[in-house]
Every structure is written in C-alpha cells, then in structure tokens.
Design a protein. Structure first.
Length: 422
C-alpha cells in the first residue's frame, strides 16, 4: 500500500505563515520562513510576512525584508511597495509616500493601478482637483483603465471640493465599468449616493444589490447608515426592522447603527426605547455601546447617567481584556463639562483618560480650557502641563487664556481682592 504524501506549494506555506503571524507572533513567522525549502520561498511567501510586519507596526523589519526581496530578485515587487505606501498613507506620513514613489521610479519598479489609487486617495482627501486631473491624464497616457475604486475616490475628491455635479458623474461611471456587479462595489455606491443625498438612487442600488446576491447583516447596517445620512430616518427604521426579521439580533452593531442615525437627528425618545431593548440582549455591551450611551446622555444633558455609564465601561474593562472606554467617550464627556464650566469633573475625566493609557493631546486640553473659561477661573500652570504632555497650544488657545486673565483682573478691580490675581 503506497502512502500519498502531501507536498506543500508556496501558496500553502504562505497561508500557514500568515496563521503563525496572527496566532503567535512575527518572530515565529520569520523563523518558519527559514524552514521553507529555498525553491518555495517565493514572492508570495515574502509578501505575507511583509504584510504581517506592517500589521504589527514593525516598520523596520518590513523595510529589511523589502531589501532582502530586492537582493534575491524574486520578481515583481510592486505588491510590497503598495503595502508600504498604504501603511504610510494610513499614518498620514505623506512625505514618506513621496520618497517611496521616488525610490520606485529610481529602481525601475513599475506602478500599477493600486499604486495610482493610493495617490488618488491622497489627492481626494485634500480636494486637490488639479492633482487628480493630472493623475487621471497620466492613467490615460500609460493605458491603465480606472476601476470602480478609482471612480469612487474621484467622486470623494469632487465632494471634498464641493463639485457635486462632477461627483455625481463619477458615481454614475462606476455602474458602467466592468466587474461592477460585486457586493463591495454596491456598498461603495450606497455610501456615495448617501453623501450626495440622493435617496432615490439609494433605493435603486439597494434593489440591485438584492437582485445580485443574498443580503447580509452588514448590508442592512450599511443601508441604515446611508439612509440616515440622506435624512431618511423613517426608512432607516424600516430597513433595520427588515434586517432583524431576516436575521434576528446577531450582534449589537445592528443597534449601534440605528442609534447613531436617531442621535444625529435628535430622536431622543426613540433612542432611549432602542437602548432599553438593546440592554435586554444577552451580549457583552462593549466599548461601542457604552460610547453611544455616553453620547446619548451627554446630548440630553444628563451628567449623572453619563458619568455612571463611563464608570460601567471602566469596570467592564477590568473584566474583558482589551475593552476599555473609547478616547472619544472621554472627549465627549470633557466637552460637556467644558460647556458647563464644571472644572472638577473635567479634571477627573482628564485623569481617567491618562490612566486608560490615552495621550493627553491638544483636543483634550482645548476642551479642558473651555471649563476654566466658562467658570472664569485661571488654570495655573496650564501651558506647562500641555508641554509636559507634548501638546502644542495654538493662537486661539492663547487668546482664551488671555480672556481668563482679563476676567480675573476685572474681578480684582471690582472687589479689590488680591486673591483674584495669580
């Protein structure tokens, strides 16, 4: 009886290496790479390890691996460069994107459509119409056809610049290009039409999506979110109910989406009813749910319930590893206390924020300063505190500090008490 021996290919090794990196660590994954036969150490395998390094923030290891791949001359390296470009883009390190593009040009690495889409995204985020046009013209010159993602990015750029008619035309182009009948493309179309506030097109794309594939929970959540952006709140509630009828409540994100829509449109009574319904679900509420509750109570001005909810979120983080209150939750409460001039509670929020491991940056100090301005009290050593935390005050913040100083002088002149000076 002969034994069939399974021989692994480079793709098999890359899949296993990816699992090792996710379950164990990048170091173990790199050690596994060394055990792969030389003839199977292909570009595919190196690409997986490269992606793992970037995912875990090990930029220096990724760069060393890129140099190693180039030295081994394993073929097309554009996928690795694109991953590094996307990494820099996500970190907002635009100058390094430019440097890497120059390096690609100098070393003869040919850009592909994914490369150009990364550049287009950067242009679109700034609303750089001139840069977008130049890039689009270059695509025509090098005979690279734009895909659905290209047109979606183009539309976002036009919207950023306030050119709504051009954005509409770009969105329409998405439906005409090849391979547009994919779930992800329909989701892009839903989101783009929502930003354009085109409720009729939302319904049309929704019906098209229903025709081409079976709807998922995420599809319903996306549609609810999009209807909210298009100010179709009642229709969003209908879609939410349809999703619950089809799938039941599988995760709390289903509630989160509708709650966000209702909060944005000031439907507080409906939010409270939905929250009560959600609390009956047998799930760990999670940081997202606690944030929505904090946002709800902050908008309604219920300080006590907002603080109680933050305390519950902090207690839950001691039980469930990795689940701590969101940074934005602390900021929401801090801004609420800032508007009310409640210095004591504002300082308490800043203390808890630091204990949670979050950086105390400009936005936090700006919200904290508002509490002192409202209370007409001088925050002693405020600028020194900011510098110690690496936060840089801007001109507006300095004006607010001067305003507090002027208020103190006014009180001194009125009452003649030196205690009002600092």
């Amino acid at each position: 009886m002969t034994e069939n021996v399974f021989e692994m290919s480079d793709v098999d090794h890359s899949i296993y290496l990816d699992l090792v990196a996710k379950v164990d660590c990048c170091k173990k994954a790199s050690q596994y790479l060394l055990r792969i036969p030389k003839q199977l150490q292909s570009n595919v395998v190196y690409s997986v390890l490269f992606a793992a390094y970037l995912e875990h923030g090990k930029e220096s290891s990724a760069k060393r691996l890129l140099l190693q791949v180039r030295a081994l001359d394993l073929g097309d390296q554009i996928f690795l460069f694109n991953q590094l470009l996307a990494f820099y883009k996500g970190k907002g390190r635009i100058s390094e994107v430019a440097n890497l593009l120059k390096e690609m040009e100098d070393t003869g690495v040919q850009a592909n459509l994914s490369t150009y889409n990364i550049i287009l995204d950067l242009r679109a985020r700034k609303g750089d119409i001139s840069g977008m046009r130049k890039l689009w013209k270059h695509l025509e010159e090098v005979k690279i056809a734009p895909d659905a993602a290209s047109y979606a990015l183009l539309a976002k750029g036009y919207m950023k610049a306030g050119l709504w008619d051009r954005a509409c035309r770009a969105v329409k182009e998405i439906e005409t290009i090849p391979f547009s009948r994919k779930r992800v493309v329909y989701r892009w179309l839903l989101k783009l039409h929502a930003q354009l506030n085109r409720a009729d097109d939302l319904e049309r794309i929704w019906n098209m999506l229903k025709d081409v594939s079976k709807l998922s929970i995420d599809d319903y959540s996306i549609m609810v979110e999009c209807l909210g952006k298009a100010d179709e709140v009642e229709r969003a509630e209908e879609i939410f109910k349809e999703g619950v009828h089809s799938f039941g409540i599988k995760r709390l994100h289903q509630y989160h989406t509708l709650i966000s829509v209702l909060l944005d449109h000031g439907r507080m009574e409906k939010v409270e009813a939905l929250v009560k319904e959600m609390m009956r679900c047998p799930f760990n509420l999670g940081s997202a749910t606690y944030h929505q509750l904090i946002e709800l109570y902050a908008k309604s001005g219920d300080q006590e319930k907002a603080m109680q909810t933050l305390q519950k979120a902090q207690n839950a983080s001691k039980i469930f590893s990795g689940q701590k209150p969101w940074y934005i939750s602390y900021l929401t409460l801090l801004e609420m206390f800032g508007r009310k001039g409640d210095i004591e509670r504002a300082e308490l929020i800043v203390r808890d924020l630091k204990h949670s491991g979050y950086p105390c940056g400009f936005r936090i100090y700006n919200a904290l300063l508002m509490a002192y301005v409202k209370a007409r009290k001088m925050p002693h050593g405020f600028l020194d505190r900011m510098r110690a935390d690496g936060a840089i005050p801007n001109s507006q913040m300095r004006k607010e500090l001067n305003k507090v100083m002027d208020n103190r002088r006014e009180l001194y002149q009125m009452n003649g008490a030196r205690r009002y000076l600092f």
